[in-house]
Design a protein around this ligand. Structure first.
Ligand SMILES: *Cc1c(COP(=O)(O)O)cnc(C)c1O
Length: 419
């Protein structure tokens, strides 16, 4: 469910016509719905009301400060994967007591910052990292709370690039090694193991892999407890999928019905790290048709947004629905490639897509672009990054302005010998 609907033949976000936003900030631009974001958060959080839990919104899905502030106001914590995300989360007002830090390559500086701000825990991905955390904590005269990130070797049946819980994956510690890691952790004087963590992948549309992975984790928790561990947090990660085209992912309520009974009697706090399911369908990318072009055996619609603005189609072959902002009754359909201006053949937003016929100047909405859209944007081809707009009711708020050419060269210098 989202708040992008046609009204009087024109696509609107909540009560605001998309064309008004395009006129105000130009194209391309990202547009997010406040009502959708709040509803998605509340539905997810509410589904787990019967178990002690923390929702730690996955910052990498959409890390705009305004979005993070909105999450903070709803009571969300944050799942972060870098020092930069820690900076953003704190700046947005997310309490450190609800921040968890994952990632296979945390630097000493990042670990120090995390300990200095006293975040809830670090999710540890290797014994080498465990030792470094211990060293840094010792230097600071602190103890570090950690969760062991377990790789349960479960196939999430999603795109290989967004699968993270298989044996061959770089993430986490294998279930077989978990007890040894735990023993290592207890031998380190500045480490407290307070939880276990898993995150098996993204855009999962089936409940079974979540349940299978959690069951595996719980067996392990039992083993650890028998060895004296005090596991107070069970973090099941994120990964719940959304509808991009015809997927039918479980609703948060169905997800909760499958998960809650498994953890209800454990006296531990359930942590979840949803990203895509909160923000994915709460945002669109608005773009304008620059040209249409009939190739030898293909028709191209060339738009002003490219792979640098939304890389998911190029990177994962991901599907995003593309809608005309103005409905054209009885429009002829044509099968087209929707492509951007970037000088790469992989620069496309849609391939062989049957769409109502469009012409230069038309506005298009690339749907379901709220997650891993702007956060994966780059300046490739020296294209300034596009603005982000938050709509609430009939009002629009620019929450990130369009970059200027000066922003592209900020920090660059020509050395003396070239002057
Ligand atoms: C990316 C990520 C998430 C969020 O995944 P979604 O599919 O967006 O819900 C959660 N936890 C970890 C550790 C991640 O890396």
């Amino acid at each position: 469910m989202h708040d992008f609907e046609y009204r009087h033949g024109e696509l609107a976000c909540e009560n605001l016509p998309i064309s008004r936003i395009a006129k105000e900030v130009g194209t391309p631009c990202y547009v997010y719905s406040y009502a959708t974001l709040v509803r998605h958060y509340q539905v997810f959080d509410g589904a787990f009301q019967n178990v002690p839990h923390i929702v730690a919104y996955a910052v990498k899905a959409n890390s705009n400060l305004a979005i993070l502030r909105l999450m903070a106001r709803e009571g969300s914590g944050a799942d972060i994967v870098s020092g930069g995300e820690l900076y953003r989360a704190l700046k947005a007002g997310i309490p450190p007591s609800k921040i968890v830090f994952a990632g296979v390559g945390k630097s000493r500086e990042e670990i120090r910052d995390a300990l200095a701000t006293d975040i809830l825990m670090l999710n540890v991905e290797s014994s080498a990292e465990l030792r470094v955390i211990d060293e840094v904590a010792a230097e600071m005269g602190r103890r570090a709370r950690v969760a062991l990130r377990i790789n349960p070797d479960i196939d999430p049946k999603t795109h290989p690039y967004i699968s993270t819980g298989l044996k061959k994956s770089k993430f986490g510690i294998s279930a077989d090694r978990a007890l040894d890691e735990y023993k290592l952790a207890t031998s380190l004087r500045h480490i407290d193991v307070v939880g276990v963590h898993k995150h098996i992948g993204s855009q999962l549309t089936d409940i079974a892999p979540f349940v299978d992975a959690l069951k595996k984790i719980l067996v392990l928790v039992e083993t650890l407890q028998r060895h004296g561990a005090n596991i107070r947090y069970i973090n099941i990660g994120g990964g719940l999928g959304i509808t991009y085209s015809d997927e039918v992912p479980p609703l948060p309520h169905e997800f909760a019905v499958a998960i809650s009974p498994l953890v209800r009697d454990l006296k531990s706090v359930l942590i979840m790290e949803p990203g895509r399911v909160i923000v994915g369908n709460a945002g669109i990318l608005v773009t304008r048709v620059l040209y249409t072009k009939a190739g030898e055996d293909k028709h191209f619609v060339i738009v002003d947004a490219g792979m640098n603005d939304l890389i998911r189609p190029s990177l994962y072959g991901a599907y995003h629905e593309i809608r005309p902002v103005y409905e054209v009754p009885n429009a002829k359909t044509r099968t087209v490639d929707v492509v951007g201006p970037v000088c790469e053949s992989s620069d496309f937003l849609a391939k062989d897509r049957a769409m109502p016929e469009v012409k230069a100047g038309d506005l298009l909405a690339v749907m379901s672009a709220g997650a891993y859209g702007f956060t994966m944007a780059s300046n490739y081809n020296s294209r300034p990054r596009v603005p982000e707009v938050l709509v609430k009711g009939g009002e629009m708020h620019v929450i990130r302005s369009r970059e200027e050419y000066g922003d592209l060269v900020r920090g660059e210098t020509i050395p003396e010998f070239l002057r």
